[in-house]
Write a protein that binds this ligand. Structure first.
Ligand SMILES: NC(=O)c1ccc[n+]([C@@H]2O[C@H](COP(=O)([O-])OP(=O)(O)OC[C@H]3O[C@@H](n4cnc5c(N)ncnc54)[C@H](OP(=O)(O)O)[C@@H]3O)[C@@H](O)[C@H]2O)c1
Length: 271
């Protein structure tokens, strides 16, 4: 294996990616399978996870995938997911906390239940799944090759823009802060903790605004880089953080947003 291939390889590692039958989770899982990892894909729709795993296995890549049902919105669901992971592997090198939900409504009409629903999956589920999986993550973690946790934040957790998704933006800001908090504690456990803060990518969650080519082009036209995100953007960042290349990186909130997080309309001296 050449130097670069080896540096970014995740060969032989076992990963769990929640919510990976669709969207950004699937992009992360694709990168990991291409990089040589064995990837467990879990979300509520077990059939969809199995189908995507079969598609990833058909890529002829160095790694493999397996899919099954799991629900991170309840304590029981998290416990069942942990048991399922334990039944398949005794060690876990990579955890991608990707499962997430959103809700958009006018401020005056924002439903009480929608606040709890979003925080429950995006923050509570992420925290408790991570906590429950710590022994498996620590098992083979070392100074030279720490275990990796990648949480899904968002540019909406960095920039004050809600677009009606009030609980979502609050949840993603919480994910960013929790990422830094856990990173500060997990160094001595030999686990890195980082977050992605993506801008717009096509997915089920963003289908209301990106499903058609016309909609996607409209969103792209407002991005400083002139496009929306692609599979390679997530796959590349995932491989970086989860391979030897990223083993000294922890506590980072990585913008994968074409510049949205540093873009503002302010001008001090020029029109
Ligand atoms: N797309 C974007 O532009 C964007 C930007 C920034 C951040 N993000 C973040 O990226 C992550 C993935 O979102 P996405 O955009 O790819 O949307 P998506 O296609 O809707 O993916 C979300 C995934 O989460 C799973 N999920 C939802 N509730 C779950 C639960 N209770 N238990 C287990 N799995 C659950 C869903 O699968 P099931 O329905 O089968 O459970 C689905 O596969 C989210 O955390 C999102 O906030 C997305």
């Amino acid at each position: 294996m050449g130097y670069v291939d080896d540096l970014f390889s995740v060969k032989g590692k076992v990963a769990l990616v929640t919510g990976a039958a669709t969207g950004i989770g699937r992009m992360a899982a694709t990168g990991l399978v291409q990089g040589g990892a064995r990837v467990l894909i879990a979300s509520r729709k077990g059939d969809a996870c199995e189908a995507v795993a079969a598609e990833l296995n058909a890529l002829g890549a160095a790694g493999s995938a397996e899919g099954f049902a799991a629900d991170v919105s309840t304590e029981e669901g998290i416990a069942a997911l942990v048991e399922e992971v334990k039944s398949r592997t005794d060690t876990l090198h990579i955890l991608v906390n990707n499962a997430g939900v959103s809700w958009g409504a006018k401020l005056e009409e924002f439903p009480y239940a929608a606040w709890a629903k979003v925080l429950n999956v995006n923050v509570t589920g992420l925290f408790h799944l991570t906590r429950e999986l710590l022994p498996m993550l620590e098992k083979d973690a070392s100074i030279d090759d720490p275990a990796r946790i990648v949480n899904l934040g968002s540019v909406m957790g960095t920039q004050p823009m809600a677009d009606g998704a009030y609980s979502y933006t609050a949840s993603k800001a919480a994910v960013h802060h929790l990422t830094r908090t856990l990173a500060s504690e997990f160094g001595e456990r030999r686990i890195t903790v980082n977050a992605f803060a993506p801008g717009p990518f096509q997915s089920r969650m963003t289908a209301f605004a990106t499903a058609t080519d016309e909609q996607a082009a409209d969103v792209a036209s407002r991005n400083p880089s002139g496009r929306i995100g692609r599979v390679d953007d997530i796959a590349g960042s995932t491989l970086y953080l989860c391979s030897r290349a990223g083993s000294y990186v922890t506590g980072a909130i990585l913008p994968i947003d074409g510049g949205e997080s540093v873009h503002h309309g302010l001008r001090l001296f020029k029109e």
